[in-house]
Design a protein around this ligand. Structure first.
Ligand code: ATP
Ligand code: MG
Length: 388
């Protein structure tokens, strides 16, 4: 009978609160696979692993074979595992058996167990050589209530179980950075509520679809997400009419923050996550970020503030958002970018530039015309490939 062993890391450090984090982890695991029946689990093992490897808090996982904790059974299971690995992988010439013994009542030491099992494997597969350093195949044996054997370790995302770290809005633009920032926040256990500012017809319906697709990818890690699409067109028009062009992007961002403030009340969120990153563009100098920050009472989290672009791209590829983020689209702000944006606006300058704007009326109207959608993970709609 095939099982999957999940390993968690940081939760070990949580002392008194460990139970709280473990319960959340177990709940999230259950929910992520709740729609799979037994037959599907058996036929779509790959799909199952694909879901479990996205659960925050999981450091790694392994398909395992379970044997009763007596040497002959363990050795037999090891032979099965090695045989299976030889069938699916080419180029295995060397192997090693590594044992960990949580149950010290087991009569052999870890070393003795590894040696005994290794000899059985060697006897059965004479073409293989035992090698301690860098073997082609590592058979891990965990002896607990039962013995768990695995030959494959698949990395998980790490972090803390989703839902254990408070609530934050996540401002998602459709670019590369904000989905990564949102993911990093969620990986620390923060419940995220994505917010996208949409300026139809300045930006097309496709740019909204793009953001929803990004949210579907994120939902693969978090489970269903509540997503706000804010009607931003009128605000964009108003800014165009009354704000000097060098300060328009800055004012646009400040309006986003003010709306986030308002939505956060409804969502009982105390923080907002952005993909801001120092120095990338004119609106992301220290002076500009400070001027944006000045209009909100929320805690602003900027998980990628000091991360190099190449690293953000690598992360976006790993989590699966990159391909979507690079789809061509119109950014509401790029329509605005003047030849010479102000890079070091004073706080007073932004206030001055906003003088002609009916700020609270604009915010009320935008919030009123916003919609809140529920986005489910991509897999929730996929039919699982049988036999994968
Ligand atoms: P990204 O790659 O996330 O677009 P960026 O480096 O291009 O980031 P900007 O476009 O200047 O940066 O935006 C800074 C941040 O403001 C974004 O990371 C995002 O959090 C937020 N933001 C910008 N535009 C929008 C939008 N239309 N809807 C929601 N949030 C937005
Ligand atoms: Mg952008």
């Amino acid at each position: 009978m095939a099982h999957i062993l999940l390993r968690y890391g940081e939760i070990h450090l949580k002392g008194q609160n460990q139970r709280f984090f473990l319960d959340a982890l177990v709940r999230n695991v259950r929910e992520s696979i709740a729609d799979l029946g037994r037959a599907q689990v058996r036929h779509a093992f790959g799909a199952l692993v694909g879901r479990l490897r996205k659960i925050f808090g999981v450091v790694s996982l392994s398909p395992v074979q379970v044997a009763s904790p007596v040497l002959p059974d363990i050795a037999g299971a090891a032979v099965d595992i090695v045989g299976a690995a030889l069938r699916v992988r080419t180029g295995i010439a060397t192997f090693k058996v590594d044992t960990r013994r949580a149950d010290k009542r087991f009569p052999l030491t870890s070393m003795e167990t590894s040696r005994e099992v290794g000899q059985t494997v060697q006897h059965r597969f004479p073409q293989l050589q035992a090698r301690m350093d860098d073997p082609d195949l590592l058979v891990r044996i965990d002896i607990r209530d039962q013995a768990y054997l695995s030959s494959e370790t698949i990395p998980g995302p790490g972090g803390l179980p989703y839902g254990t770290g408070g609530r934050a809005l996540a401002l998602i633009s459709g670019g590369i950075d904000s989905p990564v920032a949102s993911w990093l926040g969620a990986r620390r256990g923060v419940t995220i509520i994505p917010v996208h500012f949409h300026s139809f017809p300045f930006t097309s319906e496709r740019s909204k679809e793009k953001v929803l697709d990004l949210c579907r990818v994120l939902a693969g890690y978090t489970g269903p997400l509540g997503v706000w699409i804010v009607f931003f067109t009128d605000i964009q028009r108003a800014i165009q009419l009354s704000v000097p062009d060098g300060l328009r992007v800055l004012v646009l961002r400040r309006m986003m923050m003010r709306i986030a403030d308002r939505l956060a009340e409804q969502e009982r969120a105390a923080a907002v996550i952005t993909g801001e990153n120092l120095g990338q563009v004119a609106s992301q100098t220290i002076e500009s970020i400070a001027a944006i920050n000045a209009v909100t009472r929320l805690l602003v989290l900027r998980p990628v503030i000091g991360v190099d672009k190449m690293e953000i791209v690598a992360r976006a590829e790993a989590i699966g958002t990159y391909e979507i983020s690079i789809r061509p689209y119109e950014d509401c702000c790029s329509l605005f970018v003047p030849p010479h944006p102000r890079t070091q606006p004073g706080l007073g300058e932004a206030d001055e530039a906003e003088r002609g704007l009916p700020i609270s009326a604009l915010i009320d109207a935008a919030v009123q015309r916003s919609e809140r959608l529920t986005i489910t993970p991509r897999w929730a709609r996929d039919t699982l490939p049988v036999g994968s």
